[in-house]
Each structure stands twice: as C-alpha cells, then as structure tokens.
Design a binder for this molecule. Structure first.
Ligand SMILES: Cc1ncc(COP(=O)(O)O)c(C=O)c1O
Length: 377
C-alpha cells in the first residue's frame, strides 16, 4: 500500500528540501502573512473578536440559498452578477455599471491593489487601521507608508503629504479598531495627486448617516472607490460577499483583473436576498447601536476610556489594567475579544498603542461580558 503522504515524505531528497522554499518570490518569502482573528470551532464561546453581526441574516437569505441550491449547480454562475448589481445600484443611486461584486470586500481590496499598484510603488493608510492593506501591498511587491494619527485619532501633520504622493490611499471609515469616522473634509485632504482613493466602508451602514452614490458625484470625483461588505451589517460573514462602487472606467479595468467567476451561485442568491431586505438590516443595526451605547456606559464605569464609535465595535483602553491580561482573563472565561497592539504609532510614529476591540454582541452576550468585567476590574 502507498504510504500516506506527510511532511517527512521527501526527507531523503536533499535537492527538493533545500530549494523548494527558495522558489517562492522573494516578496512572499519575506512575508509574515495576515493573521485573522481567532475563529474557535467548538461551541460555548462568547465571541466578540471579529466584528461579526450577532443576529442571523434575513430569513429570505436562507430561502434564497435553498432555492439556488436546487438550481443547476453544474452551470457556472453569472460572471457579471447582474442581478446584484441592479439591486445595489438602486440602493446607492448609481448605474449598475458602477458596481463590482466580489468574494468579500477583502477580494475587492486585492483586485484594487493588483489593478493599480505596481511593484515598487507605494500605498498609504492610517495607522492603526486595517493591517491587511499592508500585507496586500507586500504580496504585490509594493511599499506602504503609515498615515500618522494623533491620540484622538485625528490625522497628524504629515499625513496629508504622505497621502498626496501615494499611488493608492486606503481609509476605513468608520475606522477599525477605533470606530471613529473622519469628516469628508479630512478625507478629501488625503486624495492622492496621481492615484486612487479607496474609502473602505466595511462598517459604513452603522454610521449615523451612511454614504450613498451622491458622495462619488461630489468633489471626491473619479479617482475614488468605495468598498462595501455584506459580512457585517447584513450578517453574511460566512457567505463572503462584498462590492466596489466607482466610475465605470475604474470598474471596467478592475473586471479584467478579477477571476471570471469570483462570486458563486449560492453567495449571489444570499447577497441579493440580504440587500433586498433593508428593514431587517436596519432593525439589527438599531439593536446593535443601542447595545453599543449600553456597553460604552458600563465600560466607562469600570474605568475604561471608550472611543465614541460609529461601528459595530468599541475600542477601549484602561489606565491601570494591562490590556493583554484583561484579554487573557476574559479568554479563560471563554469570552473572546480582540487584544491589539500597534508598534510605531502616534503622531511621530514612535509610540506603542494597545487596547481591546470589543464587537457588539447580543444583549445576552454583552451581559456575560459585563458580569465578567465586574469580577475582574
Ligand atoms: C476595515 C475592514 N475592511 C474590510 C474587511 C473585510 O471584510 P470582508 O468580510 O467583506 O472581506 C474588514 C473585516 O473585518 C474590515 O475590518
């Protein structure tokens, strides 16, 4: 019988062992790789670490997936995802050719980098923010610069200059991990002179007044791309569906870079059903915002500084208790929040910033967290 293949299979083949890893592109060899938040596979966790929506998606989503599952799965899906683009175009008040769907908004970010940024060119993004932008640049052989932030998360002097000279600027708005939104005026000052401005609105629906297409008609103009996800506000993290909104000249170019069938039949059905049920999304958003206010109040009472948030999570820091210890103590109680540490942050990019990012769960989950913190701090 053939032995089952394992790591030691080529042990005696010196040639293969020595050279195989050196065949990776040098950029990939140097790469640490993006480390996503923990996803424990066993039950019993109060999971507040990766900004998922605690509520299920619209019941119409499950019906649509079941229906799609009985459609001919031996056939490829619609490569242009026409139906979803029509629905999204209604919502955002743009033509359907302004929309490019993808396998989660992470895929859209990858397509953007691959479409516009050559090896050796430089991108920029606020720091701390979403670390994946830097990883995607590294994969591409591109460089990245951090846009410095003040302690109140406003842009520090110097940010504008760095942004202006970059090929692509990514700004998550609301930002993660802080949850704050920057004003249109601040954002406008970061548009690159000769480059693309990507406004990552993964948490855009949780804002008091979410952007619609009119934003792209404003002075932000043709070089701006908005990215959106259905993972958060529409409770579809497990489905993987996101999209870009931009001028058709940009969308047409990005389409050349994407996989032909980057969205599958089941995810397209789910996304169409989810985006069509706006009352369901709004109801969950309101519940999350209400719970967010309650949690922020409790955290303040426990001595945390809580950043005002327009997203489905809160960033908090404690004057006395080390954040990594709080994280571990919560984990021992099977409560998972996100401990985050950013080196070389601050206005001069020479400070260490750390804290806890807590996803807003159901009221019951947040009660579990509050009760644990009551014992701990
Ligand atoms: C700022 C930001 N952008 C994009 C994403 C990716 O979302 P998706 O699930 O659509 O890939 C995330 C996910 O956490 C995020 O925090």
């Amino acid at each position: 019988m053939m032995p089952r293949l394992n790591e030691t299979y080529f042990e005696n083949d010196m040639n293969n062992n020595q050279h195989i890893t050196s065949l990776f592109r040098p950029d990939v060899q140097r790469l640490t790789g993006y480390i996503p938040g923990e996803q424990p596979q066993e039950s019993g966790w109060t999971k507040l670490n990766t900004n998922e929506n605690p509520y299920p998606p619209s019941p119409n989503v499950v019906n649509a997936i079941c229906k799609a599952a009985t459609s001919p799965l031996n056939k490829y899906p619609d490569p242009l995802v026409k139906h979803f683009r029509e629905l999204a175009s209604e919502l955002f008040q743009v033509d359907p050719d302004w929309i490019l769907p993808g396998n989660g908004s992470d895929e859209i970010l990858t397509i953007l980098l691959r479409s516009f940024v050559d090896a050796g060119e430089s991108i920029a993004f606020p720091y701390p923010s979403y670390i994946l932008y830097g990883t995607l640049a590294e994969i591409q052989g591109a460089k990245y610069e951090h846009l410095p932030l003040n302690t109140d998360w406003s842009f520090a002097p110097g940010a504008k200059q760095i942004a202006r000279r970059s090929k692509m600027v990514f700004v998550p708005n609301p930002n993660s991990p802080s949850g704050n939104c920057w004003s249109d005026e601040e954002l406008h000052s970061l548009i690159p002179e000769k480059g693309i401005f990507v406004l990552d609105e993964a948490y855009g629906d949780f804002r008091d007044s979410p952007h619609r297409g009119e934003f792209l008609q404003s002075e932000f103009g043709k070089q701006t791309v908005i990215t959106r996800t259905l993972s958060k506000s529409y409770s579809l993290a497990g489905i993987r569906f996101g999209f870009a909104i931009a001028h058709p000249d940009i969308i047409t170019g990005m389409r050349k870079v994407k996989d032909s069938y980057n969205c599958n039949s089941l995810s397209i059905a789910a996304a169409c059903a989810a985006i069509s049920d706006q009352p369901w999304m709004q109801k969950n958003k309101e519940a999350i915002c209400k719970t967010r206010t309650r949690l922020a109040k409790s955290l303040s009472e426990f001595g945390f500084d809580v950043m005002p948030s327009q997203a489905n999570f809160l960033w908090c820091t404690h004057q006395e208790k080390p954040h990594s210890e709080l994280f571990e103590q919560l984990k021992q109680r099977k409560i998972l929040v996100r401990y985050m540490k950013f080196e070389q942050a601050g206005p001069e990019l020479n400070q260490t910033v750390d804290g806890l990012r807590i996803t807003i769960g159901t009221d019951e989950q947040i009660d579990t967290l509050i009760n644990a913190l009551k014992e701990m701090v």
